[in-house]
Design a protein around this ligand. Structure first.
Ligand SMILES: O=C[C@H](O)COP(=O)(O)O
Length: 248
């Protein structure tokens, strides 16, 4: 059985005080049952949040990671550094990283490989632009990103990967893919995992949808056959709203 995962991506938001008050709220208001709730926070917040989150049922993740174990990579953080904080997830290949920081399928693949090696769960992001969707290339683009992102990952490791399908045109825009359209792409990804690996991997691996998800839209998405959760930006910033997302 795939345990639903509701992952908040705070992006570059929140000071320490703001983050701690968010966590205090969860100490008193637990997330929904049978759901894994996760916050992916900016790197400087990981240590204090890991400590504060011990009192809650919320897991912690990072938003990016370098693939090298160490070295002269100013501004970057390694898998060992993330592990040290107590975080157990890392978002990799988010479209903002691909568009604004020139990440490629090849660099994302190195990071996915390294995260698995370090025992950190990678959330591998994929998604098409509006132009690609209008050209009818959604399946081709998304499948290409998944194939390249998972290159060299074994069938033993692949069930530990989480894939997040986020159409770029739906991120932070208020536009969402319809539940059916989002599910269709997630189902295509699952079918691809079956082709690349096997039935068991396809049945185990979790696929999230992301793009303007809100407490009011989560229920419909979660009712779809191949959507196992959500990667949420804006609506994860307020504690009450994030809580609502976990109680669909
Ligand atoms: O990682 C999260 C996605 O970029 C979605 O962001 P959003 O919920 O603000 O549209």
């Amino acid at each position: 059985m795939r345990v639903p995962l509701i992952a908040g991506n705070w992006k570059m938001h929140k000071t320490l005080d703001e983050a701690l008050s968010f966590v205090r709220y969860f100490a008193e208001n637990p997330p929904g049952e049978n759901v894994e709730a996760l916050i992916c926070a900016p790197a400087p917040l990981l240590y204090p949040l890991a400590d504060a989150m011990k009192e809650t049922a919320v897991a912690l993740g990072a938003q990016n990671m370098h693939h090298a174990p160490q070295g002269a990579f100013t501004g970057e953080i390694s898998s060992a550094m993330i592990k040290d904080t107590g975080a157990s997830y890392v978002i990799l290949g988010h479209s903002e990283r691909r568009q604004l920081f020139a990440e490629t399928d090849a660099s994302v693949n190195l990071k996915v490989t390294k995260a698995l090696e370090a025992g950190i769960t990678p959330i591998l992001c994929c998604g098409e632009s509006l132009e690609e969707r209008e050209e009818g290339r959604t399946g081709e683009v998304v499948k290409g990103q998944v194939i390249k992102g998972l290159e060299g990952i074994s069938e033993v490791e692949v069930p530990r990967v989480v894939i997040a399908y986020e159409p770029i045109w739906a991120i932070g825009t208020g536009k969402t893919a319809s539940n059916g359209d989002a599910n269709e792409v997630c189902a295509e990804i699952r079918h691809l995992i079956k082709e690349l690996y096997n039935d068991e991997a396809a049945a185990t691996l979790r696929i999230l949808y992301g793009g303007s998800v809100k407490p009011s839209t989560i229920k419909g998405l979660m009712a779809e056959s191949d959507i196992d959760g959500a990667l949420v930006g804006g609506a994860s910033l307020e504690a009450d709203s994030f809580l609502g997302l976990t109680r669909f």
